[in-house]
Design a protein around this ligand. Structure first.
Ligand code: DQA
Length: 145
């Protein structure tokens, strides 16, 4: 099974950005964590990060026919992006959304979520472990592909 993990804006700043909220581990640590989880569950994973909304849309479009599932942390675009919503609907690839923090327990604007309606499952507020949970969920459900 082939999974693409698409991370959105400012996640490359992990370790530097608001460490009290996002922790002190950096983006390279997150990428390694995801690779280890993928190995544990026996799936192939590609991890990408984009700061631009259009780059994320293109990545989603290019996933069609190339990946069996998408794990997406759209970061701030979660709360604003009809374009990412439309792209996920267009490709109709099984999708799981992840947020390091619990977006429902923060500012009100983070409660608006354009991505979870496209996702069959969401993991929020679990830190890095949310990505492992997403991989585990997809591997269990679709792992024989
Ligand atoms: C985030 C939550 C978003 O609200 C925020 O804009 C991010 C990160 C998270 O993983 O907790 O950049 O997606």
């Amino acid at each position: 099974m082939k999974i693409i993990v698409i991370n959105g804006p400012n996640l490359n700043m992990l370790g530097v950005r608001e460490p009290k909220i996002y922790g002190t581990r950096d983006y390279a640590a997150l990428s390694s964590f995801i690779a280890e989880a993928a190995e544990k569950y026996g799936v192939d994973v590609k991890v990408v990060q984009h700061n631009g909304e259009g780059d994320m849309v293109t990545e989603i479009q290019n996933a069609l026919g190339a990946f069996d599932a998408i794990i997406i942390n759209a970061a701030a675009y979660t709360h604003t992006s009809v374009a990412i919503y439309d792209a996920l609907k267009a490709v109709a690839i099984p999708t799981v959304s992840v947020h390091l923090t619990d977006i429902n327990a923060r500012e009100d604007f983070r409660k608006v979520d354009f991505i979870s309606p496209c996702a069959e499952k969401s993991f929020v507020g679990m830190g890095f472990d949310g990505y492992a949970a997403a991989i585990g969920y997809l591997a269990e459900k679709y792992g024989n592909q």
